[in-house]
Design a protein around this ligand. Structure first.
Ligand code: ZN
Length: 135
């Protein structure tokens, strides 16, 4: 297997459960134990009520496409073989929005508000990225 040439995420102590979830094939989100809202990206304080009482829950992995663009010129040479690809913002069923890629379809198949589901892209034995595909 060829070595992965693109930049890799660097999980922090706070975000580690998110990355471990992806490796296990599930989307895990923080949920505030005070105001009950889901949170993305992982952090130490609830962005809605500033509570530090945040837990982790398994999310549905379902959402809709909020916005997207088609990348036709790679800004990093490591992505040159991927163009054209879809850079997107997905509105999760649980509320938060996630910056991601839509894969397993052509850019022409993509449209705003389309239903999407999580796709777990195992890029290395230790790292899985959250992407989405048509539902
Ligand atoms: Zn809260």
């Amino acid at each position: 297997m060829a070595e992965y040439q693109k930049p890799l995420p660097a999980p922090s102590e706070v975000s580690r459960p998110f990355w471990d979830g992806l490796t296990a094939g599930e989307l895990r989100l923080q949920k505030c134990e005070e105001c009950r809202r889901h949170i993305f990206y992982p952090r130490s304080l609830c962005p809605h009520c500033l509570s530090q009482r945040l837990g982790w829950v398994k999310a549905s992995g379902r959402g809709t496409l909020y916005s997207y663009t088609v990348v036709r010129r790679a800004m990093n040479p490591a992505f040159q073989t991927d163009v054209p690809y879809v850079f997107a913002i997905v509105q999760l069923q649980e509320g938060p929005r996630v910056t991601t890629n839509v894969v397993n379809c052509t850019p022409e198949d993509v449209q705003v508000d389309m239903p999407v589901k999580a796709f777990y892209d195992n890029i290395t034995p230790e790292m899985t990225l959250l992407k989405f595909e048509p539902a």
